[in-house]
Write a protein that binds this ligand. Structure first.
Ligand SMILES: Cc1cc2nc3c(=O)[nH]c(=O)nc-3n(C[C@H](O)[C@H](O)[C@H](O)COP(=O)(O)O)c2cc1C
Length: 298
């Protein structure tokens, strides 16, 4: 009832661990997969190890979190062992990568493919690191070139994760349309001020907002891109329960990712949401997940 195939990758349910949350370590990914996630996406990985920004890197606000971790990651050479451990779950693992040029993305993606990931997810959308992320993902011709380079060379599917912090998401989605799927959305650029210290809370100043506060933004982008361009979409942003996930399906997503809610509710959240989706489908007369995809589009 809940199984789904994404560009040929079979998931026993449509709930994926989002990039950046407990996913630099093979054992935590394996545990989350064994506890009910349908697939896991790794932390975004670059060419070299990166320590990221100095604390504070996360600020809790009503409705979510603002983070500027700074893409801290162990570097591509050190992630293969973690992927191997995560794959012991016998569930799909997707390698998230970030870079500045098509060649850099290709080299990282080829390594990920050698490490045995089921797909790569291109981080074209981190809002708080210079020279990568949104800076790359807001240039349509560069996005097109990156996707073309990878699609021409890899055996595994390529998913492109887009940013809400660009002038026209439709223009960027169109540039990335040859990907096997689009992931919408990364965090929304935001800031919190410590009024007693009279300065921004985060060491980087601004960061990316995640959690329930951004769900309407994510829903709107999934809806708009599905309606106008009709690609395969993986929805992400603010999902905390089954109804939230179904909202994304009805806006046009075929699967969803969960990040911030994991910190609040623990890895039980995946099996809870699966159960809630199943209950909704039974009550509302849906036999297959596919029947809900785009069902809310006018
Ligand atoms: C602490 C933290 C770190 C993140 N790191 C990454 C990352 O490395 N790569 C990426 O593509 N997205 C990253 N994200 C964004 C999430 O994958 C997701 O797109 C976003 O948080 C919205 O989903 P959520 O509301 O379920 O958390 C990060 C988010 C958080 C909160």
């Amino acid at each position: 009832m809940l199984s789904v195939s994404l560009a040929g990758i079979k998931l026993e349910n449509p709930l994926m661990l989002a990039s950046g949350i407990l996913d630099q370590n093979g054992y935590t990914m394996k545990r989350i997969l064994e506890k009910g996630a349908g697939a896991a996406v790794t932390k975004s990985i670059g060419k070299e190890p990166r320590s990221g920004y100095v604390p504070p890197i996360v600020s809790v606000i009503e409705g979510g979190l603002i983070n500027a971790v700074g893409l801290s990651n162990p570097g591509i050479r050190n992630i293969s062992g973690e992927i191997k451990i995560a794959k012991e779950s016998n569930k799909p693992v997707i390698g998230s990568i970030f870079g500045a040029t098509p060649d850099e993305f290709l080299s990282l993606a080829a390594s990920m493919q050698d490490f045995g990931v089921d797909a790569v997810e291109l981080n074209l959308s981190c809002p708080h690191v210079k020279g990568v992320g949104t800076e790359v993902g807001s240039d349509p011709s560069l996005v097109k070139e990156i996707v073309k380079t990878l699609k021409g060379s890899l055996r595994i599917p390529v998913f492109s994760k887009l940013s809400p912090n660009v002038n026209s998401v439709l223009e960027i989605a169109n540039a990335a349309i040859d990907s096997d799927g689009l992931v919408l959305i990364n965090t929304v650029k935001g800031m919190a001020i410590d009024v007693y210290a009279r300065r921004p809370v985060l060491s980087n100043g601004f960061g990316g907002l995640s959690g329930p506060a951004i769900r309407p933004v994510g829903i709107r982008y999934v809806y708009e891109v599905k309606k106008e361009l009709d690609p395969l979409i993986i929805g992400v942003g603010g999902i905390e329960n089954g109804i939230h996930a179904i909202e994304y399906f009805m806006a046009g997503a075929s699967a969803v990712q969960i990040g911030t809610a994991l910190m609040k509710y623990g890895c039980q959240i995946f099996s809870n949401i699966s159960r809630e989706i199943g209950e909704f489908m039974k009550a509302e007369g849906f036999q297959e997940l596919d029947q809900m995809v785009g069902a809310g589009i006018l």
